[in-house]
Ligand binder design. Sequence first.
Ligand SMILES: *Cc1c(COP(=O)(O)O)cnc(C)c1O
Length: 235
Amino acid sequence: MKNNSSQILENYQRVRQRIMEAAQRSGRQPDSVRMVGVTKYVGVDHAKALVETGCCDLGESRPQELWNKSAKLSVTNIRWHMIGHLQRNKVRRTLPLVEWIHAGDSLRLLKAVDDAAAELNRRTQILLEVNISGDVNKHGFNAEDVEAAMNSISQYEHLDVCGLMAMASASGGPDQARRDFSNLRELRDRLRRVSPPAIRLDELSMGMSHDFAEAILEGATMVRIGSALWEDTLV
Ligand SMILES: *Cc1c(COP(=O)(O)O)cnc(C)c1O
């Protein structure tokens, strides 16, 4: 059994390699895909070992856990990504800690983030989460509602709305995942044509451990990888 650090390094390099291959297959530069290492399953020591391999983008899906880990890892140059649902009463405490909010899933949340950003005198990079698979228990805008929301969204002066985020259908396998990702990209392309120029929508945050290759083939600029990084490590 390897120690955790060398296992995490090996896992990280394997994932990087597969990201590179998928990028090449789709005719893209490997550095056009940012890997967010999702630390929600592991403790601070694992997260630290991942940062030491060179992965400085870390993601958490729960605000409290992000607060905890970022307090304990404050010495390093980590860029934190809030990738899960953010409750409005947790916005103010979360904003100063994060570089990116992936799950802008309602106008009410976007407004709360905009208000808090104004108060803190900062801008926030945020993505719009779209419920692309239509699963009833998923958060996010319905695909057919985003366009109508674009006008309101463009009024939030302290938000940099940088793109879209989604998860593929829970069931359906790689082919369905690829269709979901393709739909998200097409939605993004359509929104770009009708949105105010300040909203650029360059980012597509899509793809997790089991479907990131499909996501990259469909244009993902950020993949959120958790379990593949922690395989065969001891907690
Ligand atoms: C947990 C999680 C991930 C990572 O999932 P894995 O399948 O473990 O790679 C990605 N995105 C979100 C929003 C998550 O909650």
